[in-house]
Design a protein. Structure first.
Length: 168
C-alpha cells in the first residue's frame, strides 16, 4: 500500500469517526481567562485546565490569558498546533458577554490563526447563566460561613490568602 493510500485511509477513518460537531483527536481546546498579575490566578487556571483535561479525556487543552500573564491566546494556539491540532476551540472562561468576548478574544484569536494557515478555530460563548453555578456559589458561601463559625481564619478555598476573615 502506498503512503498516499494509507494517508487517505487514515483521513477517512477520522472523517467517519469524528464529525465536525464532535471533538476529536485533531482538536485543541484553549481555556482563556482575563488574566491577572497575581500568580495565584494563573495557578488556578492551570489547575482547572488539568482538571478539565482529566475529566474530559481531551488530549490537547491549553490555558491562556487575555492580559497581564502568559501564555497568551497566540501562545496557546501555537502549542495546540504543535501538538497536532487542526481545529482549535477557544473557550472564554468568563461569565458574560462583554468587551473581552465581543472584541478582545475574537481579535487575538484571528491574529493567532493567521500564523497557522489551514487550522480553523471557533470561539464558544462565555459561561453565562447555568444552574450548576448556583451549587458552586452556595458551596462557597456555606464553606466560608462554616469556617467563620468554627473560629477558623479562612475556609479551605481561601486558605493562605486572608480573604474570608469575618470583618466588622
Amino acid at each position: 500500500m502506498s503512503s498516499s493510500s494509507l494517508f487517505i485511509l487514515v483521513l477517512l477513518f477520522f472523517c467517519i469517526n469524528f464529525s465536525a460537531s464532535e471533538i476529536g483527536p485533531i482538536d485543541g481546546v484553549i481555556i482563556v481567562d482575563h488574566g491577572s498579575t497575581f500568580s495565584e490566578a494563573s495557578t488556578m487556571l492551570n489547575e482547572f485546565v488539568k482538571m478539565f483535561r482529566n475529566k474530559t479525556g481531551y488530549k490537547i487543552v491549553e490555558p491562556a490569558h487575555l492580559v497581564s500573564a502568559k501564555p497568551t491566546i497566540g501562545d496557546a494556539f501555537q502549542s495546540c498546533v504543535q501538538q497536532g491540532a487542526r481545529r482549535v476551540i477557544i473557550n472564554p472562561f468568563i461569565l458574560s458577554f462583554g468587551k473581552d468576548f465581543s472584541e478582545t478574544i475574537p481579535s487575538l484569536s484571528a491574529e493567532a490563526a493567521k500564523q497557522h494557515p489551514g487550522v480553523s478555530y471557533i470561539i464558544t460563548p462565555p459561561l453565562g447563566l447555568d444552574q450548576l453555578f448556583i451549587d458552586v456559589v452556595n458551596d462557597r458561601v456555606n464553606s466560608c460561613l462554616k469556617s467563620v463559625g468554627e473560629d477558623s481564619n479562612e475556609c479551605s478555598v481561601c486558605d493562605g490568602n486572608g480573604k474570608c476573615n469575618l470583618r466588622p
